[in-house]
Design a binder for this molecule. Structure first.
Ligand SMILES: C[S@@+](CC[C@H](N)C(=O)[O-])C[C@H]1O[C@@H](n2cnc3c(N)ncnc32)[C@H](O)[C@@H]1O
Length: 300
């Protein structure tokens, strides 16, 4: 099932559990600072327990079923980060290739431990080291909105999918269905992000921990209180309601993810659909559920 690389790696490095092939990550459609920042982030936050992974996966992967992913599936996780979803995928499919251009690939090696049906490679969307139309299933979760030209990056991913295979992605939504006060809060937090993301990495991590306590936790506790007194319908409309059942570890990680990243782009549902169509995908389904927007399409 495992395909041969279609380019020679620059070198191999010995990680704790496996050798990792290193490919060039230079290119026009990559933000080197963003990648470095993610490398730092994931080397700190990689201790995802199986329980946390399965818990969050229920929300991210509600669109998958046994027809789309099963033990005959050859899959690729593009921008795997810590490999938390790679790990989830290894339980469902035959073999997973996981690539990331950052040092997170080392964290992924740790998280995946001795898992056998996976190979890790350091590469980017522009340097995916496999021939076109290799995979039955490709996914890119929370990655493409951190790449300068999201549409081009998506095309580079979908090229690697076989005809009739599936492409799954999660892209930040542009808050189009939210009220003015929600959008105002986002605008304010985005101004803060523009400052925080420029801090040196240790200070950035510290500031994001503080933000997790002073911004995330009060809102999350408010949501939990509303749920407790039976006002779930109101609670789900509140900012950060998605963190209602999440641990503080996940909240800290997401605070660093959201405030620590220099480049993030946001899309409407229509834009997500159009981008997927432009890549030659059909049977596109965009989940009506959080996290917004996660979507799947089938390659024509
Ligand atoms: C928010 S993280 C998501 C990681 C993982 N998919 C997850 O959901 O846990 C974004 C990841 O995209 C990777 N990334 C950034 N630019 C990329 C590019 N041009 N090609 C591939 N991956 C990229 C980063 O290194 C980072 O690990």
């Amino acid at each position: 099932m495992k395909a041969a690389y279609n380019t020679d790696p620059i070198k191999y490095i010995k990680a704790t559990n496996r050798d990792i092939a290193i490919f060039s990550t230079e290119g026009e459609n990559i933000d080197a600072e963003v990648v470095e920042s993610f490398g730092d982030e994931w080397l700190k936050f990689h201790d995802f327990s199986d329980e946390i992974i399965h818990d969050i996966a229920k929300e991210y992967f509600d669109l998958l079923n046994d027809t789309i992913v099963n033990k005959t599936t050859y899959a690729i996780d593009i921008g795997c980060g810590t490999g938390r979803w790679t790990k989830y995928l290894t339980e469902k499919v035959g073999f997973v290739e996981a690539i990331d251009p950052s040092n997170a690939i080392i964290a992924a090696d740790k998280l995946l431990g001795k898992t056998e049906n996976v190979r890790l490679s350091k590469a980017s969307t522009e340097t995916i080291p496999f021939a076109d139309e290799t995979f039955d299933f490709a996914m890119s979760v929370g990655v493409l909105h951190h790449i300068p030209d999201t549409q081009q990056a998506m095309k580079d991913c979908v090229r690697k999918v076989k005809k009739g295979g599936y492409f799954y992605c999660y892209l930040y939504h542009n808050l189009e269905t939210r009220g003015w006060w929600f959008k105002t809060l986002y605008w304010l937090s985005n101004q803060l992000r523009k400052v925080v993301c420029k801090l040196p990495s240790k200070l950035k991590r510290f500031v994001c921990d503080v933000l997790a306590i002073v911004i995330y936790m009060p809102l999350v506790l408010w949501v939990r209180f509303l749920v407790l007194i039976g006002l779930r319908k109101i609670a789900v409309k509140m900012p950060l309601s998605a963190y209602n059942n999440k641990s503080f570890f996940v909240i800290r990680n997401d605070a660093l993810d959201k405030f620590g990243t220099r480049l993030e782009q946001r899309f409407s549902k229509k834009q997500v659909e159009t981008m997927m169509q432009q890549c030659g995908l059909e049977e596109i389904v965009i989940s009506p559920l959080s996290p917004f927007y996660h979507a799947i399409g089938r390659k024509k």
